[in-house]
Design a protein around this ligand. Sequence first.
Ligand SMILES: Nc1ncnc2c1ncn2[C@@H]1O[C@H](COP(=O)(O)OP(=O)(O)OP(=O)(O)O)[C@@H](O)[C@H]1O
Length: 302
Amino acid sequence: MNTPYGAELSDVTVRYGRGKGDAALDGASFTVRPGTITGLLGRNGAGKSTALALLASFRRPTSGTVRVDGADPFENAAVMAGVQLVRESGDVVGDSPVNDTIGYYSGVRPLWDADYAKALLDQFGIDPKKTPDALSRGKQSALGCIIGLASRAPLTVFDESYLGMDAPSRYAFYDALLEDYTQHPRTIIVSSHLIDEVERLFEDVIVLHHGRTVVSETADALRDRAVSLVGPTSAVSKLADGRHTLATRSLGGTTQLTLEGGLDPEDVARARDAGVEVGRVSVQDLFIHLTQESETLKEDAR
Ligand SMILES: Nc1ncnc2c1ncn2[C@@H]1O[C@H](COP(=O)(O)OP(=O)(O)OP(=O)(O)O)[C@@H](O)[C@H]1O
């Protein structure tokens, strides 16, 4: 139980209802490496929550295989004791004191740390005698995050869990998550639209688009997919000549351009000589390019 869980989706399709219309997941495959923090990204409706609900055994796929710690998690009590999914809805009993919810999770999560939960409740200013219904939206979100952290589950999943929290609370949560993850290694999946805020946490990144996996790799490998050039328009254009440009923005005589692939050392030297700054591209920018790119390709295919 102390060992971080791996997780895997292989060619998974999920259709809701009677199976008519688009699939929420459409042959998605990805691997979550044990002992990593993985970011699960995708635009609205891409299938993130559906994928996470499969890992938490809240539903079964229409077809394909789901594995958590090497086993089918569905109705598998031994595996599920080690999986904690935190959804924005909180999954708490709204009209019972917070203490009751805490007591419940301490009973079903073998690695639950009661002292840590208490310290986090103090830190986030949550009175455990109050009911979740009487808490502000931000404190309700914080309660979900506290449950996720204190469970120390070998697979802990935060599905947009902290959207209701204000910026200082979100940053306090990210810091707590990193610190506790370092002291108690486990597998953590974070799904979020606030990519700029959370990308520093990610070791691996999965991007879903229209129910399919478009990225499943390390965050560094993803960042290496492109390079940013900023400088005089003529010099930037010359460097970009014959290469695939993902995005470009010009203001006055200056252009910022995102170029697919890397630059070899000679090109980097040429860029510097021409006053062009060569930099890394953020996961957020790549995410935007990749999901727009796929959309463009989809449009082209019609
Ligand atoms: N219970 C449901 N019944 C019917 N369709 C559903 C259900 N849950 C999700 N869907 C549909 O499945 C698709 C994927 O939804 P999902 O919630 O997994 O995406 P998401 O990436 O988490 O989106 P968001 O970022 O907006 O939360 C969407 O088209 C959604 O409308």
